[in-house]
Every structure is written in C-alpha cells, then in structure tokens.
Design a binder for this molecule. Structure first.
Ligand SMILES: Nc1nc2c(ncn2[C@@H]2O[C@H](COP(=O)(O)OP(=O)(O)OP(=O)(O)O)[C@@H](O)[C@H]2O)c(=O)[nH]1
Ligand SMILES: [Mg+2]
Length: 333
C-alpha cells in the first residue's frame, strides 16, 4: 500500500532522489515524511518541486466538481487571481482573509469584511483570521460546522495563503494529534491533498496552493523571498513625495512618482526604502516598467509585495521584475 508524506501529502517513494516524495530506502519502513519536507522543516532548506501549476489546478478542478463546502483562504498581499478562483466556485464557499495580524491594528475589520461582501456576494460567509495569533479560530470552526454538506471541508487558495498553518492551528486547538503539516514562506510547500480529521463530524482537506504567475515571490531568489516575507504587524510608511522622486527598494525594484503626493506603503518592515531622484533617461536592467495612474480612493497594488494608498491622483512608473502584476483597485483599508 502506498504511503503519503505527512508534511506535504505527496506519495513517498525510494526510487528516484530527484523526484518529489523521495526517502532513503533504509528509512522507508519507518518514516512518515519525505526528504524535501524533512529538510525544509528542520533546516529551512527549500527544494523547488517538479510539480506544475496545471497539476495543482487539476486537483482544485476536481474539488470544484464536488458538492462539498470550500474554505477559500486569501492573503490580501497576493490576491491577483482571486476573480479567477471566485468564478469557478459553484459549491458553497466561505471566504477567509488570513494573516490579519500583519495589518495595522488600527484598521476597521468590519469595513474590510464589507468590502469583500460587496465585491464577492457568492460567499456564504466571510471572516478574517490569524492562525498565528489564534484569532477567530472558534468562530471559523462554527461557520464550517454550520455550512458543511458532509464531514469533508476543502481548504483551498493560492500558495502561501496560510492554508496549512490554519489546519495546524485547528489540529492544535481541537485534536490530540501531535504531527503537523509542513509550512513555509516559499511557494508550493503542500504538494497533494492531505486529510486531517478534526472530530467525528469534520475532516479538513488541505490542498496544494495555486501559484499565481504575477506574484513577485515567483520572480525572486530564495533569500530575498525569505527576507521580504511579512511576519509581523506592518508599520505603514508614509512619504511626502515631490514630482520626480523615486523610492528605491533594494534587491527588488523602484517606484517613481511623477507628481507631488502623499503616499502610504503597506509593505514588510524588513524592506529598506531609500528616497532618491531619478533620471528619465536611465534604463534599469532586468526590470520591467509599468506606467500607471492611481486615483484618489484607489490603491496601487504590486502583487506579492505591497499596496500603496495615495492622497491625490498620482502617476507612477513602477520598475519590477518582468511579469509582476501591478494594478489599481478600490481602496481596501
Ligand atoms: N503573520 C502570519 N503569518 C502566517 C499566518 N498564517 C500563515 N502564515 C505564514 O504564511 C506562510 C505560508 O503559510 P503556509 O501555511 O505554508 O501556506 P499554504 O497556503 O499552505 O501554502 P502552500 O502549501 O504552498 O499552498 C508561512 O510563512 C506562514 O508562517 C498568520 O496567521 N499570520
Ligand atoms: Mg500548504
């Protein structure tokens, strides 16, 4: 009988060390974790998987065909393909805004929920949680018990949305189990469906996250991804900027501002930002330029990195690695 890795859900095998699910043949009998997960969990060493996004999408497509309750987990710093996932949900679904602890405490949570309710009326309920801070776990458990069609509830969303971290917190809070799913800030940590029984009436199914191609973290080296990952409450950085001033984000890119404005950046506290003047004639190697106008009442979004609020209509030129999704949206908070 085949064995599955407790860390990522992949089938364990001892034949090909370059394939996912590999374990040393001598350890095969007694292990419950693949080498990739073992190294990620114990040494923080990340290995790119050879699974493709279409493999993950295939799994999610199957889930959408079922009639089970879906919990769609969204990290507001990476929701570029949210409309795409939303349009494919036909069964009952709860929207969960994860990692609420990283947003400033001053934000109005009710307003945030209202924003999503208006935009995405199909969800039967919407809730903001923090798995790290154990915030709204009982409430979400109750919502799942209320809306579920059977004992099985599927947890899905983008890679890094916080699906496995959420399930681990459910395991910790409501079960006696002492094995946990592997989590990390790198893309594609979970590789296949993992079934976790919470109680006799509820089994949660973790799923591999969809990798959004416009997400900045898919374009950066591992050490930079780890550095820019948002772990703690953001202190928004406020700049009074004059025409032709630039904000330089080391190792990542540049944001040029073409008219006077006051801007607030919601970004990892780890990222150093230097103010500089810019020269229109300079080219920035390996960076793609996006010229974009942000109206008062809108945010500028650089997917996977940050969002920016403006005091008045502001013209930007954003230089980021090629393919990063840069767009505007109605102001979120
Ligand atoms: N601050 C904070 N970080 C969180 C929270 N939940 C998850 N994270 C972090 O987000 C990153 C991704 O978490 P995972 O649980 O591995 O995400 P996932 O959705 O399972 O990702 P895949 O398995 O790749 O699909 C990790 O660095 C977690 O520590 C939270 O509530 N607060
Ligand atoms: Mg996961």
């Amino acid at each position: 009988m085949s064995k599955k890795c407790i860390g990522c859900g992949i089938e364990l095998q001892c034949n090909d060390p370059y394939e996912d699910g590999y374990v040393n043949p001598e350890m095969f009998e007694n292990t419950i974790m693949c080498r990739r997960c073992f190294r990620l969990k114990h040494y923080g060493e990340y290995k790119v998987t050879n699974k493709s996004n279409s493999f993950y999408k295939g799994i999610i497509k199957e889930i959408f065909r079922m009639d089970e309750l879906v919990v769609h987990i969204v990290d507001i710093f990476n929701m570029g393909n949210m409309n795409d996932i939303y349009s494919k949900i036909y069964s009952k679904a709860i929207l969960v805004i994860s990692k609420i602890d990283i947003l400033p405490k001053s934000i109005n949570e009710d307003k945030l929920i209202e924003y999503f309710k208006k935009k995405y009326p199909k969800y039967v309920d919407i809730i903001a949680i923090s798995s790290d801070k154990n915030y709204h776990m009982d409430e979400l458990l109750m919502l799942m018990m209320k809306h579920k069609n059977s004992n099985e509830v599927y947890i899905l969303g983008n890679t890094n949305a916080g699906k496995s971290t959420f399930i681990n917190k459910m395991i910790k809070n409501y079960t006696d189990r002492n094995t946990f799913i592997v989590t990390s800030c790198m893309p594609s940590t979970t590789l296949n469906v993992i079934s976790i029984k919470i109680n006799n009436d509820l089994t949660l199914l973790d799923t591999p996250g969809i990798v959004y191609s416009g997400d900045l973290i898919t374009k950066l080296p591992e050490e930079v991804v780890k550095h820019i990952n948002i772990k703690h409450e953001i202190n928004p950085r406020i700049y009074q900027v004059k025409e032709k001033e630039a904000l330089v984000l080391n190792d990542i890119g540049r944001i040029h501002i073409l008219n006077d404005s006051n801007i607030s950046i919601y970004i990892s506290n780890n990222i150093d930002i230097d103010k500089a003047n810019f020269d229109n004639n300079l080219k920035y190697k390996d960076l793609e330029r996006t010229k974009i106008k942000v109206l008062e009442g809108q945010d500028l979004v650089i997917e996977g990195l940050c969002f920016i609020k403006v005091s008045n209509d502001t013209m930007f030129e954003v230089y980021m690695p090629e393919g990063v999704d840069i767009h505007t949206r109605d102001r979120l908070i």
